[in-house]
Design a protein around this ligand. Structure first.
Ligand code: FAD
Length: 435
């Protein structure tokens, strides 16, 4: 059996694992990343399919230059990454039969003003929102939809928020609690404008890989963690399987990017505090949904533009883009009526109707559905519902989780996973010195 020793071992190379490893390696901690798949990046990279680059999930830097992913790249002096647009991507909301552009500072107020029936309604909604953001965050006892109903009966205002909630939280306004949504909304207010990368998000994963290796740390693909080694409440390392051979990695710190439930399985349930097990059981439930990629010879919509459609059967978030070979591509994520329970087949039928209504010239433009994918289970939209925070520390000393199931504050997605890595690395730096 091969044996290795390091300061920190990271299980999984999702964006949370890669950001943590790059920061640690850059700070002088000898780090080993192991990934069970042949490729790095998890849901934050891309693969080639029929000549197109298909993201494994993420494709945007959600919070622009304030994004934890972007900040990590800067901090570890990663190679520069080319962006398509560092400015705001135009965001169009199709509500009440009309398109409305959301742009610049004060955009949310403009949208509410536009959607409200009169000034009194606009003020009532704005005052309630401000109070919930700046003074008293509503608890998780009611859904955001029910919370909003206290302040407006306008369907257009409620549709506007359904667009925002479903697009950012990956679940509907009638499912997400008021507390969860306000935590996400607060995150949105500190973030910058989203942007797209010229060659896709794989550039980010590649850049982090380079930082890790250039700083003397190691990465193993096709290597699966089989066990987290725990002695008297302390994590001591891991046992892994490398192409059928056993490897044991002794480490001062173990970071799992495999999701809190798998972390518990790897460490053995009996080693974890019961309160923690209950917390994980309650909070770790994935946000799920269906994602499509559509190609066309003529543009279906502006590129790059985001179009949110509240008037369709499902919230669709269409994003137009161009391919290097002059074709047009539209990506969309569709949030089912119940993010907990749905039939992907039925959702597909519903999507086809939404698609025809949104783009009546679909056939004329040579539109084709390239990919339809159901993101659920171990490969979801998000590992847990945004705004539902679980701590990164586990009851096992020196064992942390990173990733989109342990996001701090109101960040979401890959950005949130990178934010969890920042929390973990700060804690490690304060407690443990590199050898
Ligand atoms: C359609 C869609 C669009 C999205 N768009 C965006 C976007 O534009 N921007 C954004 O920021 N986010 C977006 N997200 C969310 C984003 O993709 C995820 O939140 C993020 O990538 C999750 O990263 P993670 O760190 O949790 O790791 P994961 O991606 O979950 O990776 C975990 C890794 O661990 C590995 N692993 C698991 N178990 C083991 C084991 N036992 N041994 C070794 N390795 C193991 C897995 O193979 C995997 O590679 C989107 C999601 C979807 C579905």
């Amino acid at each position: 059996m091969e044996r290795k020793t390091c300061d920190c071992v990271v299980i999984g190379s999702g964006i949370g694992g890669m950001c943590a490893a790059a920061k640690l390696a850059y700070s002088g901690y000898k780090t080993i990343v192991i990934e069970k798949l042949p490729m790095l990046g998890g849901r934050f990279t891309q693969i080639e399919y029929k000549g197109y680059q298909i993201p494994t999930a993420a494709w945007m830097i959600l919070y622009g230059k304030n994004d934890p992913v972007y900040l990590t790249l800067n901090e570890v002096q990663a190679p520069e990454i080319e962006t398509v647009s560092t400015g705001a991507i135009p965001q169009i909301y199709r509500l009440g039969g009309k398109d409305h552009k959301m742009e610049g500072k004060g955009a949310l107020r403009d949208m509410i003003s536009w959607a409200s029936r009169d000034k009194e309604e606009e003020e009532k909604v704005m005052t309630a929102l401000k109070r919930a953001i700046l003074w008293y965050e509503p608890p998780d006892t009611i859904t955001f939809h029910d919370w909003l109903l206290q302040y407006t009966e306008s369907k257009t205002v409620r549709d506007l928020f359904q667009c925002l909630v479903a697009a950012w939280a990956g679940a509907n306004s009638w499912e997400v609690t008021a507390g969860q949504w306000f935590r996400v909304l607060k995150g949105m207010t500190v973030g910058g404008n989203p942007f797209i990368l010229k060659n896709g998000v794989k550039d980010v994963t590649d850049a982090l890989e380079k930082v890790i290796k250039d700083n003397g740390s190691e990465i193993f693909t096709k290597t699966r963690a089989k066990k987290i080694l725990i002695e008297e409440g302390f994590a001591k390392g891991i046992a892994a399987d490398v192409k059928g051979e056993e490897m044991e990695i002794e480490a001062k710190i173990v970071i799992s990017n495999a999701g809190p439930k798998r972390t518990i399985d790897l460490g053995g349930q009996e080693n974890f505090d019961r309160a923690y097990l209950k917390e994980v059981e309650k909070k770790v439930r994935p946000a799920q949904g269906v994602d499509y990629m559509i190609t066309s010879n003529e543009p279906l919509m502006g590129a790059p533009t985001v179009l949110f459609t509240a008037d369709t059967r499902r919230l669709e978030c269409f994003v137009g883009d161009c391919t290097p070979d002059g074709k047009y591509i539209v990506r969309t994520a569709s949030v089912p009526e119940s993010a907990m329970q749905y039939s992907p087949k039925e959702e597909y039928e519903v999507f086809l109707q939404d698609l025809k209504e949104t783009f009546p010239d679909f056939d004329k433009c040579g539109g084709k559905i390239l990919v339809a994918r159901n993101f659920c289970g171990d490969w979801p939209f998000y590992g847990t519902w945004p705004g539902d925070c679980l701590t990164q520390k586990t009851p096992i000393e020196n064992l942390y989780n990173v990733g989109d199931a342990v996001i701090p504050g109101g960040w979401v997605g890959g950005s949130g996973a990178a934010a969890s890595a920042a929390v973990v690395v700060d804690d490690i730096k304060a407690r443990v010195k590199p050898v």
